[in-house]
Design a protein around this ligand. Structure first.
Ligand code: SME
Length: 155
């Protein structure tokens, strides 16, 4: 029901256009955060974390939503760090049930993090917070995984 008004196919086409535009990687990622936050009502904060391999740290890249103090996250810490460690998409439908969680805002109820892999190696991830309880569906998983696959050409 959440996704009834969302045309995911059209959004994917817009992502393709953004990727093929002659912009910097930051410019493209920034455009995509804006697109997703404005078009998908249960996405309240959309951002990218990029891996600094030497330090095993995730560095906050472009984002849309309220500024966060978590501009660096250790691999393994929080939901973002877990995804960086095991390369698996993770959905937390109720953040109060997640033991390894880094709180950003009291409004957040749920979170999805999807890895971007380059030649099978983790390079970055998309992190989405929602103020809705348990909003994420298989459709979100397929949609965001497709975006992350498309974005791997940028790395
Ligand atoms: N909640 C995340 C931290 C990043 S903020 O959501 C922007 C986590 O547990 O890794």
């Amino acid at each position: 029901m959440n996704n009834i008004h969302i045309n995911y196919d059209q959004l994917l086409q817009e992502v393709d256009l953004y990727i093929s535009a002659c912009k910097t990687m930051d410019g493209i990622l920034s455009d995509i955060t804006g697109l997703l936050k404005s078009k998908v009502y249960h996405y309240d904060w959309v951002g990218f974390y990029l891996l600094d391999k030497d330090q095993s740290i995730l560095i906050l890249g472009p984002f849309s939503g309220k500024p966060t103090e978590h501009t660096q996250i250790q691999v393994g810490k929080g939901v973002c760090g877990q995804v960086a460690e095991n390369n698996q998409l993770k959905i937390v439908q109720d953040i109060s049930q997640e033991g390894n969680y880094i709180a950003c805002s009291i409004d957040v109820q749920s979170e999805i993090v999807v890895p971007i892999l380059k030649d099978g190696q983790f390079v970055a991830e998309i992190d989405i917070d929602s103020h809705s309880p348990a909003p994420f569906t298989l459709e979100d998983e397929i949609f965001l995984t497709s975006i992350c696959q498309k974005l791997s050409v940028l790395f």
